[in-house]
Design a protein around this ligand. Structure first.
Ligand SMILES: [Mg+2]
Length: 319
């Protein structure tokens, strides 16, 4: 990167996100200094989005800025952590001023909204790729984990499943996609409020990025348990419900991924606590099944037969 290109990028991200009193030193030195408050654990996560693999090369840069951060916030939500700081690695084929400004706008407005401060980053020239590392805070010992599900626990999911997958499929077929559906693919909301509310309540949690079947599978693997879920209980938007009616393609809500909802398990004796909490949550929460002994994930169709999705999990798409 030339100096002027570097300055252009720096200018676009100046004072990006929220001002935080726990940021001792931000951009400008060789490293940022972050103060973790006493009694808190630091949660750290990194995701990389590559052009042509995770997004279309001509994707709207503003939406891309939003999504690059949102997918990381979703991982913090799954841990029950509150986002605090973020670093950004940008690999760009060229420093296109309009593109960078739009990307920064999407990224920085979500950062502000989520109370997270951009504390550093790196810029290199190369095929378009975005790396985001988000750091969050969670009261010591209270982070949600994947390993705590026990037989008898109820299995829940937030929001709806399959919207992003359907939008991606329709776009791939050149079919016009309704704005609300498209938004679910391009500008996902991380379920941060649900994540923090589930601290001390959920026995296990994960965010649904690779598809419900694969991600619930991670909880079961790490918990040494199985589960039985029902197709008829999967929460779906009107668009996905209509698609399922037409095609019967139940693999979509189970395996398409990119949902960024939370899947969590809850001991039976905490069900009443969850119900008390629901009115304060900005998203619906739906029970989809129960944790069982053994290690198998059984998916029941409406007629009681076992359903096997044709695709095991999320597949990266290619341009
Ligand atoms: Mg995750």
């Amino acid at each position: 990167m030339s100096l002027s290109e570097f300055e252009l990028i720096q200018r676009s991200f100046r004072a990006c996100g929220a001002r935080r009193s726990d940021l001792v030193l931000g951009v400008g030195d060789d490293a940022a200094l972050l103060r973790v408050p006493p009694g808190m654990d630091l949660a750290a996560t990194l995701d990389t989005l590559v052009s042509g693999v995770h997004f279309f090369p001509d994707a709207d840069p503003e939406a891309l800025g939003h999504k690059a951060l949102a997918v990381n916030l979703s991982d913090l939500a799954a841990m029950g952590a509150e986002p605090a700081w973020v670093t950004l690695g940008l690999t760009l084929p060229a420093a296109d001023e309009t593109w960078v400004a739009a990307f920064a706008c999407g990224f920085c407005s979500l950062a502000r909204e989520a109370g997270v401060s951009l504390v550093g980053g790196d810029t290199t020239r190369g095929p378009l790729a975005l790396s985001v590392e988000a750091k969050g805070l969670v009261p010591a010992g209270q982070a949600l984990r994947r390993c705590g599900a026990r037989p008898g626990d109820a299995v829940f999911v937030t929001g709806t499943l399959g919207d992003a997958g359907l939008a991606l499929r329709l776009l791939g077929e050149g079919v016009p996609v309704e704005a609300g559906l498209r938004r679910r693919l391009e500008r996902p909301d991380a379920r941060l409020a649900a994540g923090t509310a589930l601290r001390g309540l959920a026995s296990a949690a994960i965010d649904v990025s690779d598809g419900l079947a694969a991600d619930l599978g991670h909880i079961l693997e790490q918990s040494g348990a199985g589960a039985e879920i029902e197709l008829a209980c999967l929460p779906c938007s009107a668009a996905v419900a209509a698609w399922l009616e037409r095609t019967g393609d139940w693999a979509l809500p189970l395996t398409a991924g990119d949902d960024y909802e939370l899947c969590f398990t809850l001991p039976q004796e905490r069900l009443a606590d969850l119900h008390r909490l629901l009115p304060a949550l900005p998203c619906p929460v739906t029970r989809i099944g129960t944790v069982t002994p053994g290690t198998a994930l059984t998916i029941r169709a409406a007629d009681g037969s076992a359903f096997r999705p044709s695709r095991p999990g999320w597949e990266h798409f290619h341009s």
